[in-house]
Design a protein around this ligand. Structure first.
Ligand code: NAD
Length: 496
């Protein structure tokens, strides 16, 4: 199938304020996951393009006034970009839904969140982050100032293309860094639009650079190249480890937002109706392709049968379809390769004894036959040591374990190498206090799940990552702390 002629876009690398082709001249097909139709052809960059972009970002950092502007001036650029995004909301949402297959309504929420992130960091940019340090003796003064970390390599995943980009770009610009961003090769279109908007609102030349292309070349260059001061990566655990290893060669600052296998606990005293709805939302938005999806459900013994029967019933009614059909509740997975991984995980789960009671296959509706769809899948009677419970599936798959008391619930919930997020449902105040302290996760939700917003930091304990995005902490990631000491009454120590 041919792409619309205006979607054949060889000049989709944005380097040093210019739109250009890949040095190699290569292009990549961008495919709609709903029906595999060709959405666009875009430039396919490689290491040479990444190096040029890094040189531009380095020059802009070392030679332009961008890092030295008052925070309020940079805040105005960040705010302008946020306004431009808000104004382009419907267009951006449509771009995102075509690229990812997620429903248009979900994409609209994403774009609203993106605009909120830019507004939040625009405000923080204007605040002073300097501190004074108490002195052990008089006649001295110390100041701590936060300075921009430098040139940042930003590597993004395909599940929330623009949102994950915003979590990096907005604080990086607010802090005074310059950047080269690489979206996932599967979903570059909204990040191309972001670069267009950055150009339109006048972000200075060389400050914001975009290179498209594979992780193994463009991504690896951003992690390895000595011109980069900081690499911020969102993606899978295995790739994250590789990025950390590459960054070690030049001891870059590293921020990693990796996967999760997030527990969602339901106690017998909970509001079970609200819990059931939230368990559904926690897993099946964007077909489960969410790092914080609550895919490990833990249910108290006494309500296990009743709760899982209701869950199965609700899951069986999830409507699959295209992103632009208002009745659709769940779209396809991102690609054939990703669906094959989800299928392999489900087969392995059945083989190790998890009881498959719903889904586990592709839908048989011929209308969905060309899309990368997979049915909502429910495994009961799971045990913590099973791979299907321990490994991130990143699809519409939920496993259920039972627990008999609070101590067992907490032990099972914490039994994971990840530590991104967890949630639990109870009405018992004392238990709320105990459990929220005992769960070892970067975010803990009480009678809620998957709530995030610009002002609250986001990130993982353990192998879910290093550092934080969002909140004030998300800005500090893009800064270096400098201690400026002054002796007000110098008395040289005459030692030598
Ligand atoms: P991925 O690791 O396959 O790819 C992420 C990005 O890294 C892509 O841009 C890719 O091109 C690039 N990349 C691949 N190999 C590279 C290399 N050797 N060096 C540098 N870059 C390389 O992840 P994905 O499949 O795009 O995204 C899904 C994963 O992202 C899931 O594991 C999910 O949990 C995680 N995720 C985490 C968060 C979070 O906030 N913690 C948010 C969204 C997604």
């Amino acid at each position: 199938m041919a792409a619309n002629p205006q979607e054949i876009r060889p000049e989709t690398l944005f380097i040093d304020g210019r739109w250009r082709k890949a040095v190699s001249g290569l292009m990549r097909d961008i495919v709609d996951p709903f029906d595999q139709s060709l959405l666009a052809k875009v430039a396919e960059g490689d290491r040479l393009d990444a190096r040029e972009a890094l040189s531009a970002a380095r020059r802009a950092f070392d030679e332009s006034d961008w890092p030295h502007l008052p925070g309020t001036a940079r805040g105005r650029s960040v705010a302008a970009l946020g306004h431009a995004i808000a104004k382009d909301r419907e267009n951006l949402a449509r771009i995102e839904s075509r690229d990812t297959g997620k429903t248009l309504e979900e994409s609209r929420w994403d774009i609203d969140d993106v605009a909120e992130v830019f507004a939040f960091y625009a405000g923080l940019a204007g605040e002073s982050h300097d501190e004074s340090v108490p002195q052990p003796s008089p006649g001295r003064s110390s100041r701590l100032v936060r300075e921009p970390a430098g040139v940042c390599g930003l590597i993004c995943p395909w599940n929330y293309p623009l949102l994950q980009a915003a979590w990096k770009v907005a604080p990086a610009l607010a802090a005074g860094c310059t950047l080269v961003i690489k979206p996932s090769e599967l979903t570059p279109m909204s990040t191309i639009r972001l670069a267009e908007l950055a150009e339109e609102v006048g972000v200075p030349r060389g400050v914001f650079n975009l290179v498209l292309g594979p992780g193994a070349t463009v991504g690896a260059e951003l992690a390895e190249n000595a011109a980069v001061d900081m690499v911020s990566f969102t993606g899978g655990l295995v790739t994250g480890r590789q990025v950390m290893r590459s960054a070690a060669t030049t001891v870059k600052r590293v921020a990693l937002e990796l996967g999760g296998k997030n527990p969602h606990l339901v106690f017998a005293d909970a509001d079970l109706k609200a819990a059931l709805e939230t368990v559904m939302n926690g897993v099946f938005f964007h077909a489960g392709q969410i790092c914080s999806a609550g895919t490990r459900l833990l249910v108290e013994d006494t309500i296990y049968d009743q709760f899982t029967a209701a869950l199965r019933d609700r899951m069986a009614r999830i409507r699959l379809g295209g992103a632009f059909d208002p009745n659709t509740r769940m779209g396809p997975l991102i690609s054939a390769e990703h669906r094959a991984k989800v299928e392999a995980a489900v087969t392995a789960g059945s083989r190790e004894g998890a009881r498959l009671v719903l889904g586990g296959t592709r839908p048989d509706d011929p209308a969905l036959g060309r899309g990368f769809f997979f049915l909502p899948t429910l495994f009961l009677d799971c045990r913590s040591e099973m791979r299907i419970v321990q490994e991130e599936v990143f699809g519409p798959v939920i496993t259920v374990e039972r627990f008999s008391d609070e101590a067992e619930a907490v032990r099972l919930a914490n039994d994971t190498i990840y530590g991104l997020a967890a949630g639990f449902w109870t009405r018992d105040e004392a238990r709320i206090d105990r459990i929220s302290r005992l769960l070892r996760f970067g975010t803990v939700w009480i009678n809620s799940f998957n709530v995030y917003f610009a002002a609250a930091p986001w990130g993982g304990f353990r192998q879910s990552g290093v550092g934080r995005e969002l909140g004030r902490a998300g800005l500090e990631e893009y800064t270096e702390v400098k201690h400026i000491f002054r002796d007000l009454e110098p008395h040289p120590v005459e030692w030598f």
